[in-house]
Design a protein around this ligand. Structure first.
Ligand SMILES: Cc1ncc(COP(=O)(O)O)c(C=O)c1O
Length: 437
């Protein structure tokens, strides 16, 4: 007897490398295939329904098939999905986002988080006339050659913490790209500034995710962000934030929690209302590099599907309905989840901890919360246990992101969180005898 998913995977393998279009959804021995989703529940082709704490990698803020978006997008589709013309929808949505975030004077829409980060880095280069970028060790910023440097650094290649190596993700990454990326340790002001000082006059921007998922889902300290802001100002460089995920953590994004503003911000995921999107926004003086009415356009920038009215319509509704009240309510629910999981960890007596902020959290099989990428890094043994925990959660009706991270959607209630917590408890009990250190 084979499952429907297995049959689909056998077909998929014939036409896609490894049977998938994105490695994130691959599971051994084969991925599961979704049939439908409603609210915070997803039903697979086997007919099994689970609570969705993955939300398409943190991109759905109102869960699946959110009725106001379904209705508005269906209407837009009858009028056409994309044109070689601008539409009113993009102006309305741009105005909403600029109104929402104090650091946004101007905004441009693109089609993914990767594209948003790439365009933001290129805008920084065009504005400063410098080539290098600085980024935090291990931080994930999408697939642009420069942005992905050091993303998969490991103990065999990450080098001295006083000068972390620029390690490639993909084989064949140009040496020049590696040379043009300066890697700094997270939340370590002294080391970061010393490293930046070695590249004075060369750095276009410092790229920071304020709650970097792969660095452990721990918030950047205000001290760290302020020090980077000051260094950027002192050295004619820019400070730019990747809020592709973290925009969901507060009304004006995670930047609302800090005492300084970025020059530019990249967004994606949630702001598409369930459709592919990205955007970058920031100070007028920098965004001017894109302006086609300027005598010289420093960064010519376009994209066939950028700001298409389907995405703009969906995004506008998603963000309109994620107002301050909804943000507060969801953040409270996430705080409840983090508190309850921490209690269960203590009750079971397992060496584990919870990190995160806003609507997100991550469970680590470590006694203490990690402070940086090197501490968050899971060795083979830990990865094996994390995978066993994920399997247990999945078998018991809970879908998580594969780092054992969860993101909430506004359709969730205490009922779903209590199920999550109870499933973590039985998962920890299952793991406890297997963990030797
Ligand atoms: C922080 C961050 N930046 C950028 C990206 C890239 O976004 P996309 O997958 O839409 O290209 C991601 C995706 O997970 C992300 O988490």
């Amino acid at each position: 007897m084979t499952t429907k998913s297995e049959q689909l995977f056998n077909k998929a393998k014939q036409v896609m490398p490894g049977g998938v279009s994105r490695n994130t959804i691959f599971r051994k021995p084969y991925p599961f295939y979704a049939a439908s989703g409603k609210g915070c529940y997803v039903t697979d082709v086997e007919g099994v329904t689970r609570i969705d704490f993955a939300n398409n990698m943190a991109s759905l803020i109102h869960g699946h098939a959110y009725a106001p978006i379904v209705e508005a997008v269906s209407e837009q589709l009858t009028k056409g999905s994309c044109f070689t013309m601008a539409t009113e929808a993009e102006i309305e949505y741009a105005a909403l986002l600029c109104e929402r975030v104090p650091s946004f004077d101007k905004i441009r829409f693109v089609n993914s988080g990767t594209e948003a980060v790439m365009a933001m880095l290129k805008a920084s280069r065009a504005y400063t006339g410098k080539a290098k970028i600085a980024k935090v060790e291990g931080a994930y910023h999408g697939a642009y050659d420069y942005a992905e440097v050091s993303q998969t650094a490991n103990p065999s290649n990450w080098g001295d913490i006083d000068k972390p190596n620029s390690t490639p993700v993909a084989v064949g990454t140009p040496e020049k790209a590696l040379e043009d990326v300066v890697v700094i340790p997270f939340n370590d002001v002294d080391r970061a500034i010393k490293i930046l000082d070695q590249h004075k006059d060369e750095i276009a921007c410092i790229l920071v995710d304020l709650l970097p998922h792969r660095v452990g889902l721990i918030p950047a300290s205000d001290e760290f962000v302020c020090a980077l802001r000051k260094w950027a100002d002192d050295n004619a460089s820019l400070l730019v934030f990747d809020e592709v995920i973290t925009f969901r953590t507060n009304y004006s994004g995670a930047q609302q929690n800090y005492s300084v503003n970025p020059d530019l911000t990249a967004m994606g995921k949630m702001i598409g209302g369930g459709f592919p999107t990205g955007a970058f926004a920031g100070a007028d003086k920098v965004m001017k590099v894109l302006d086609p009415t300027e005598p010289k356009v420093l960064l010519p920038h376009s994209g066939t599907f950028s700001a298409n009215p389907v995405t703009m319509t969906a995004g506008l509704i998603a963000m309109r309905d994620f107002d301050q009240k909804a943000v507060d309510k969801l953040n409270d629910l996430a705080t409840y989840a983090r508190t309850e999981i921490t209690k269960v960890i203590k009750d079971v007596g397992i060496a584990a901890c919870v990190t995160g902020a806003g609507t997100m959290f991550r469970v680590h099989l470590k006694a203490q919360p990690p402070k940086n990428y090197r501490q968050a890094y899971a060795d083979k043994e830990e990865s094996k246990h994390v995978n066993a925990l994920l399997e247990h959660m999945f078998a018991n009706g809970v879908m998580l992101i594969n780092t054992c991270s969860a993101t909430l959607s506004t359709t969730m209630t205490i009922k779903e969180i209590d199920h999550l917590v109870a499933t973590f408890k039985s998962g920890f009990e299952m793991l406890l005898p297997k963990i030797t250190k």
